[in-house]
Design a protein around this ligand. Structure first.
Ligand code: PGA
Ligand code: MN
Length: 476
């Protein structure tokens, strides 16, 4: 039987994926989650893409999750009279919160975040355009930040500003984000990603807003501020998933810090039973090229080996030359890395005490799966908690999660090693449960006669947290 890819692929939609035939090709190549990037495009664009992906996923018989990624408070310069300027090294340059929006020149430019002068101090280092230009603050005079150009170059309209070391006080959700959150709920996004959260309170605030708007999406914290790193555990606990957003994060903490921080975040997320995504520039050269660089192959493979749930594509698919070829290349690299034995074995949390019966069943299942000749795990799930626990344990055995809630099914599309299947148990006679679950998988070609499978469920079906049974069965 064909080995299934366990690591999930998140791909950003954009003009390049709107072209005829691209989305179905991406799905066939191994796409699991689509990202709608609210930094670009209109609400109508996102709504249209969401309905298309639902349609194509249905046709392909696959569960594909939708992640709405809110823009967040990215701090940007305003605009120049002539669209761009060249800043010379050693020159003085002013970030002026009082300057009209389009009045920038080689001496000064406006900023969209009017409180920025309150957040910076003499000697701070400001990084423009993802760190390509470097300014040092000489003095703050009321609403003017007077800087010296340390590293110069071309600077064009609306480029981002980061402060080295972080510490900018701007709130995670802007008025635009609050509006976009409603659009995300309207298109029934399965995940909503919050950009630039500083702490757990930012995530809790987002969750309160989501609840008030009657949304039930999972919340993803994008880790892209250096302030978030020391608070990583509390942020993970307040979220359903975290994304290592290496673009902005790398600017704030410096590129050399990224690998150790990435590994740390993966480890903390898995330990705290949460999901983790690695993002940005994973296959960057494939925006144009048809093959990845060797460095990109290693980057994706290393993230897989470290235990990430998902790897993400941004411009590679949204504006790239061949989105489906990138997804196929990424899938191939994931499958290759997943052959390594250290992704297949686990120490099974031998030192842990379990808190709940369903958690204990999930752990017993994984221990059995990894130490006995088992073809597949079948878990009947209500909220998705049991397959989440299972997927935190390294294993090579597929976890088929049968859920009768379409929301749960789609959310599971992001979990490593979990294959969600919609399964209507409302009219089901419980005596035929095992039989029906096994038949469903046989029909999908996932099981054959004499395969040994593990199946978990609760005595009371359709009860959250009710899983209390593990059975070992042979396929008749
Ligand atoms: P972005 O976030 O693509 O929304 O900027 C990802 C990152 O910063 O890496
Ligand atoms: Mn970012």
């Amino acid at each position: 039987m064909e080995r299934l890819k366990r690591t999930k692929i998140v791909a950003t939609l954009g003009p390049a994926t709107d072209k005829q035939g691209i989305l179905p090709a991406m799905i066939a190549a191994g796409l699991d989650v689509v990202r709608l990037n609210f930094s670009h495009g209109t609400a109508e664009d996102h709504i249209k893409r969401a309905s298309l992906i639902r349609e194509y996923a249905k046709k392909a018989g696959r569960e594909i999750a939708i992640m709405a990624d809110l823009q967040g408070p990215k701090i940007r310069i305003a605009q120049f009279r002539n669209a761009k300027v060249f800043l010379k090294q050693g020159a003085e340059f002013v970030l002026d919160a009082d300057l009209p929006k389009e009045a920038g020149d080689e001496n000064a430019v406006g900023v969209d975040y009017k409180a920025l002068p309150n957040d910076v101090h003499k000697d701070d280092i400001l990084l423009l355009d993802d760190g390509r230009l470097v300014l040092q603050v000489i003095q703050v005079q009321k609403n003017k930040i007077i800087c010296k150009v340390i590293v110069g170059g071309e600077l064009s309209n609306n480029k981002g500003i980061n402060r080295k070391g972080g510490g900018l006080s701007v709130e995670a959700l802007t008025p635009k984000d609050k509006k976009d959150l409603r659009t995300a709920i309207k298109l029934s996004a399965d995940y909503i990603a919050i950009s630039f959260p500083r702490n757990a309170a930012d995530m809790k605030k987002a969750r309160a807003l989501l609840k008030r708007a009657k949304g039930n999406a999972g919340l993803v914290a994008k880790i892209e501020r250096s302030d978030a790193i020391p608070l990583i555990d509390e942020i993970i606990r307040a979220s359903d998933a975290v994304m290592v957003a290496r673009g902005d994060l790398g600017v704030e903490i410096g590129d050399a810090e990224l690998p150790s921080v990435q590994k740390h975040i993966i480890q903390r997320a898995r330990s705290l039973d949460k999901v983790v995504i690695i993002a940005t520039q994973m296959m960057e050269s494939m925006i144009h090229s048809t093959i990845p660089t060797r460095a990109e192959v290693f980057d994706v493979a290393n993230a897989v080996l470290d235990g990430t749930d998902a790897v993400m594509l941004s411009a590679e698919t949204a504006t790239g030359d061949h989105p489906a070829i990138v997804v196929a290349a990424m899938a191939r690299i994931c499958l290759g890395a997943e052959k390594q034995s250290r992704t297949l074995v686990s120490r099974h949390r031998v030192e842990c005490q379990f808190q709940r019966s369903d958690e204990a069943i999930a752990m017993a299942t994984m221990y059995t799966a990894n130490h006995y000749n088992i073809r597949a795990i079948i878990t009947l799930t209500e909220s998705g908690a049991t397959p989440l626990w299972m997927s935190r344990i390294r294993s090579g055995i597929p976890i088929y999660a049968l859920a009768h809630s379409i929301r749960t099914t789609r959310r599971l599309a992001l979990y490593r090693g979990v294959y969600p299947i919609y399964f209507d148990i409302s009219k089901l006679d419980k005596r035929h449960l095992n039989e029906l679950a096994i038949t469903t998988l046989k029909e999908r070609g996932a099981l054959k006669k004499a395969d040994r499978v593990l199946i978990t469920y609760g005595d009371l079906l359709q009860t959250t947290g009710g899983t209390n049974t593990l059975k070992i069965l042979e396929v008749p």
